[in-house]
Ligand binder design. Structure first.
Ligand SMILES: Nc1ncnc2c1ncn2[C@@H]1O[C@H](COP(=O)(O)OP(=O)(O)OP(=O)(O)O)[C@@H](O)[C@H]1O
Ligand SMILES: [Mg+2]
Length: 217
């Protein structure tokens, strides 16, 4: 809108000047001189208008960034939280109840047990809560009732850092960080072994399954 005003003004002034010249109120020379000065002024005026609107957009974006920086995470460590020791991966979700709005539960009385090394596929209609179950495991949200345990440790009793250090997640929306391929495929904050540091077969260190999968490819 701001950028359109100088252009509209130019059209109106040219129309008025042309009409005055035709009527003989001003000479054609005066009209042409005025029109050429006007053409020189219009560029800077449009640039000034563009600067004002860019400044306003930058102000709104900055406010949103500061809102985000000021936000307090809903999931935090308990004062007596202990780090999660290395786990074998037994998952027990018992009677879990969770909803993004407490009035609309996504999961209600959800129970699932997964043994270490077992592969489980959750199948359901879109929006039925499959991703939500995975998010409860890494404690992106806390259950409103019931419990989520890994190797018998309730995820709310251990530190978030140590928990997420042992839970890898690959979302369907892929996102590449401006980093090396190696850093991008390192899941759960773990760096995959380099060629030099990779242990010999038989003495392999446990690394993320995602790393083995990609190595196989
Ligand atoms: N951050 C959120 N805020 C509010 N509601 C959400 C949020 N994330 C998911 N939901 C809602 O929770 C419900 C379960 O979502 P979820 O993503 O777990 O489903 P899904 O089974 O993984 O679906 P899909 O097969 O499409 O991936 C849906 O109704 C969804 O709209
Ligand atoms: Mg999903």
């Amino acid at each position: 809108m701001l950028q359109a005003i100088p252009a509209v003004g130019q059209v109106l002034l040219l129309a008025l000047g042309g009409w005055l010249a035709l009527q003989g109120n001003i000479t054609v020379g005066t009209f042409l001189a005025f029109a050429s000065y006007l053409a020189q002024v219009i560029g800077p005026a449009q640039m000034f208008a563009a600067m004002i609107s860019a400044t306003q957009r930058a102000g709104i974006s900055a406010r949103r960034i500061f809102d985000l920086l000021d936000s307090v995470p809903a999931v935090t460590d308990k004062p007596d939280a202990e780090p999660l020791p290395p786990v074998s991966g037994e998952i027990a979700i018992t009677d879990a109840k969770f909803g993004y709005l407490s009035s609309e539960p996504v999961l209600d009385g959800f129970t699932l047990t997964v043994q270490p090394g077992e592969t489980v596929a959750l199948v359901g209609t879109s929006g039925s809560g499959k991703s939500t179950v995975a998010m409860l495991l890494a404690r992106f949200h806390d259950v409103q009732a019931g419990s989520v345990k890994i190797d018998g440790f309730d995820v709310r009793d251990v530190t978030v850092d140590s928990l997420r250090g042992q839970v890898g997640m690959v979302f369907e929306e892929s996102f590449l960080f401006s980093e090396t391929v190696r850093a991008n495929i390192a899941t759960a904050g773990r760096t995959p072994p380099t060629r030099r540091s990779r242990p010999r077969p038989g003495r392999r260190r446990r690394t993320s399954s995602s790393w083995h999968y990609r190595t196989a490819i």
